[in-house]
Design a protein around this ligand. Structure first.
Ligand code: GLY
Length: 331
């Protein structure tokens, strides 16, 4: 990143600068005793992602180690899940809507504040890459439905039938009851959101999903909505969401987390506050899952969820760890 630009912005946003290093001031709670976080490029690169997507996070981490920039590493990482036919929540093999259509949503954000997104796209597996193409090859931020699909073919994407035999069978079984009640941590284990800091210390992210299983035709969730499923501010940090998109959108969760970090919160504390905004609205939260991950400019990370069972991956210094998130509801 341009250091002069960062210093200028840092003074505008209240981030402190010490000789030769950047100090992020964080809220001084018992939980977040690290009240000062030093930006040290030796901590980078780092990749984190929602859920236990070991291979996807390792791919992003290894690409970052090889010098790939944060955005391309995140897109390459999530593509592993988009191409995994056994993953019924992302990309090819994703669970269909109630009418049997597999439709995908995705967004990306780079370290210059650019973003791209696609929503409700059929027949294209690598929608995070397609979202990047929207960002780089069009004057727009989001394309949806048939327009997004037609644009994909102009960019050389291949048409694929995303409904596997296994997903079709599960959908046909679901149709027997047609009960719309996604199972927590299984059917709304639905999204890979990935946040990367590259060797230069720049932050970017990608978020991709087939959405909630057996959603209504035309339903779009939080993942392609910048600020809901994903938000990146290269001066501050980034956040990504998984779980029931409707609740994430109503609280603009990822943007909220980045803004809370801008105001001095540690990523952990910011994720907790974003969940707090949901659970204090009504007690319906007992029936759905929402989980967040976040990273700040210094590489500190956090996560929080409503129900136990959410984990996230963190790759740093060649090690790829699966970390159990704290939860609002403790059993
Ligand atoms: N979080 C993904 C979705 O609700 O579609």
């Amino acid at each position: 990143m341009d250091r002069r630009k960062f210093i200028k912005n840092a003074s505008l946003t209240g981030i402190g600068i010490a000789a030769g290093s950047t100090i992020l001031s964080c809220a001084k709670t018992e939980k977040n005793k690290a009240s000062k976080a030093v930006v040290n490029n030796n901590n980078f690169p780092i990749a984190i992602c929602t859920w236990g997507f070991v291979n996807a996070n390792a791919k992003a981490g290894q690409d970052l180690d090889a010098g790939i920039n944060a955005l391309d590493a995140a897109i390459a990482g999530v593509a592993l899940e988009e191409n995994d036919l056994l993953n019924t929540t992302v990309g090819n093999g994703g669970a269909p809507d109630r009418e049997g259509n597999v439709t995908l949503d995705a967004s990306v954000m780079d370290s210059n504040g650019n973003s791209g997104a696609v929503a409700n796209v059929k027949n294209i597996a690598n929608v995070a890459l397609l979202a990047k193409k929207v960002m780089t090859e069009t004057p727009h931020v989001m394309l949806a439905g048939k327009g997004a699909e037609a644009f994909a073919y102009t960019q050389g994407f291949k048409k694929e039938n995303l409904l596997t035999e296994a997903s079709k069978k599960a959908w046909e079984e679901w149709k027997q009851s047609s009960e719309y009640k996604p199972i927590i941590n299984i059917e709304n284990h639905d999204t890979i959101g990935m946040l990367c800091i590259d060797k230069a210390g720049d932050i970017a992210g990608a978020c991709t999903t087939s959405g909630i299983a057996y959603k209504m035709k035309g339903r779009v969730g939080d993942s392609p909505i910048i600020g809901s499923g994903l938000f990146v501010d290269n001066q501050i940090g980034a956040a990504a969401a998984t779980g029931l998109g409707e609740e994430i959108m109503k609280t603009v969760g990822s943007f909220l987390i980045v803004e809370l970090m801008r105001n001095g919160m540690h990523p952990q504390q910011a994720c907790e506050e974003a969940i707090n905004r949901i659970v204090t609205k009504s007690n319906t939260y007992k029936n759905f899952q929402v989980a967040y991950i976040a990273i700040n400019k210094a590489g500190q990370t956090g996560s929080y969820c409503i129900h136990e069972g959410f984990t996230y991956m963190k790759y740093q210094n060649g090690k790829n760890k699966n970390i159990t998130s704290e939860a609002f509801i403790k059993t």
